[in-house]
Design a protein around this ligand. Structure first.
Ligand code: NI
Ligand code: MN
Length: 226
């Protein structure tokens, strides 16, 4: 798979030749102003929860691309009521497509939508094919439920975890999350976008390195092949 960082907690993932966009928050983010939203390819848009810093560009990208939105029932319904196409999941549920399987898993956070609508409960995604597996944690605290993922899903090749603290777990707990999910190859997100979630990268890098783990800081627009 090829993972491209779009800033904050937003990613494009080329997964088995299918284009996935996760939690697009690009146009409101000055750090991502070099990202051309109109050029993004999307077959599916995965939305972890309802907060504005995860849904800001969903509608625009969905209209550009005819992508199908995959999220929990409440968020999917909210977008379907805007005339967009979606498939609802709920926690513990998965759907299999030709390219792979997408499972919606627990996250500990909140999930109101920008207009105050009920965005259901927040989640993360595990996405796998016969040969690879990605975990996108979404906005979450460290949770014991992460231990269920290696028991119920294929071995994770790479995990995208929040590290910015304040609204999610910080990097110290992301280290424990890495143990819980049995994956030592981490891409960080949800840091440095605004003041409350700034991190000191050398500190984070040395904490991961000291435990034999890899933390891949990506510049916005850069990609990583896994
Ligand atoms: Ni959030
Ligand atoms: Mn967030």
């Amino acid at each position: 798979m090829k993972i491209t960082y779009l800033g904050h907690a937003s990613f494009h993932v080329l997964f088995n030749d299918v284009n996935l966009i996760i939690d697009p928050y690009i146009s409101p983010n000055p750090q991502a102003e070099h990202i051309d939203i109109g050029a993004l390819k999307a077959d599916y848009i995965l939305v972890s929860h309802g907060h504005g810093d995860h849904v800001a560009d969903v509608e625009r990208i969905a209209k550009n691309t005819d992508a199908k939105i995959i999220s929990n029932f409440e968020i999917t319904t909210w977008f379907q009521n805007k005339g967009l196409s979606g498939h609802p999941l709920n926690h513990g549920g998965k759907i299999s497509y030709d390219f792979g399987t997408i499972k919606y898993v627990n996250a500990v956070h909140t999930s109101s939508l920008p207009d105050g609508s009920n965005g259901g409960n927040p989640g993360g995604f595990v996405i796998w094919s016969d040969i690879e597996c990605l975990y996108f944690a979404g906005d979450t605290a460290l949770t014991m439920d992460m231990k269920l993922i290696p028991m119920t899903c294929p071995q994770i090749n790479v995990a995208i975890l929040p590290i910015g603290d304040n609204f999610t777990m910080g990097y110290e707990e992301a280290l424990l999350a890495s143990d819980f999910i049995e994956c030592n190859n981490i891409i960080p997100c949800h840091y440095d976008t605004f003041g409350l979630i700034e991190v000191d990268r050398p500190t984070v890098e040395s904490a991961f390195t000291a435990q034999g783990k890899k933390i891949n800081f990506l510049s916005i627009g850069d990609s990583k092949e896994v």
